[in-house]
Structure formats: structure tokens, C-alpha cells
Design a protein around this ligand. Structure first.
Ligand code: 5GP
Ligand code: ZN
Length: 113
């Protein structure tokens, strides 16, 4: 529910976040429990629970474009970084407001765990 959703609360400014980039459609902020020296979450301002419910190509495109812009600004674009969208339980999604993780500034193993 958007009223109680953690990331909707960050969008509304009710919970503090270390915001690194924003526009009228999306917000990017540092993960509270970083898994790499660069670990930023990119979210749409609009509440969409998971990738399964996403229906607007433009919003999905904007999330990825902001992820790339964040990587460039963080200085990891050339060396390499990973953009991840976890969907539902088996993938470990814990916050049900769709988001892309941007991870970088360390070697990232493949396949992921
Ligand atoms: P998921 O597991 O759903 O793919 O990712 C959720 C992410 O949100 C986790 O990496 C977690 O550390 C991060 N997170 C959870 N609560 C907060 C919070 O209150 N603030 C910030 N900045 N990140 C959070
Ligand atoms: Zn939400």
C-alpha cells in the first residue's frame, strides 16, 4: 500500500534518505545496508510493487537511464557495475516498491548467489 510503503514514504520525505539523484519520475538514494562501495537504489515515484505489476515502458526506461546516470556520476560506468531488480521471494525482494540496485566499485561475481 502506498500509505505504508517504505519507499513511498521516502518519496514523500517522511523518512530520510541519502538522495543522489532525482527528477519528476524517479529517485535514487544510497542503500541503508550497502553490499558494495557503490550501492544505490533507483525507484519510480509512483508505487508499483514489483516488476510483475509494471506496465509503463517509459517508467522502466527511466529507471534504467537513471541507473546509468548514477553509475556515471559515481565513477563506475567505465570499470563496470551491476543493475539488479529482485522480484518476489525467491529472488530476495524485501521492499515491495519496484527498485533497481546499482552496485559497483568492487568485483562482482557471476553467477550471483
Ligand atoms: P530488495 O531486497 O527488496 O531487492 O532491496 C531492498 C533494499 O532496500 C535492501 O538492499 C535494503 O538494504 C534497502 N533498504 C531497506 N530499508 C531501507 C531504508 O529505510 N532506507 C534505505 N536507504 N534503504 C533501505
Ligand atoms: Zn511504494
Amino acid at each position: 500500500m502506498p500509505e505504508s510503503c517504505l519507499f513511498c514514504r521516502i518519496v514523500r520525505g517522511e523518512i530520510p534518505a541519502s538522495i543522489v539523484m532525482q527528477d519528476e519520475h524517479c529517485l535514487a538514494f544510497r542503500d541503508i545496508n550497502p553490499q558494495a562501495p557503490v550501492h544505490v537504489l533507483v525507484i519510480p515515484r509512483e508505487h508499483v510493487p514489483t516488476l510483475n505489476e509494471a506496465s509503463e515502458p517509459e517508467i522502466l526506461g527511466r529507471i534504467l537511464l537513471m541507473a546509468a546516470a548514477v553509475a556515471k556520476e559515481a565513477g563506475v560506468a567505465e570499470a563496470g557495475y551491476r543493475t539488479v531488480i529482485n522480484t518476489n521471494g525467491a529472488a530476495g525482494q524485501t521492499v515491495f516498491h519496484v527498485h533497481a540496485h546499482v552496485l559497483g566499485q568492487r568485483h562482482l561475481a557471476w553467477p550471483p548467489g
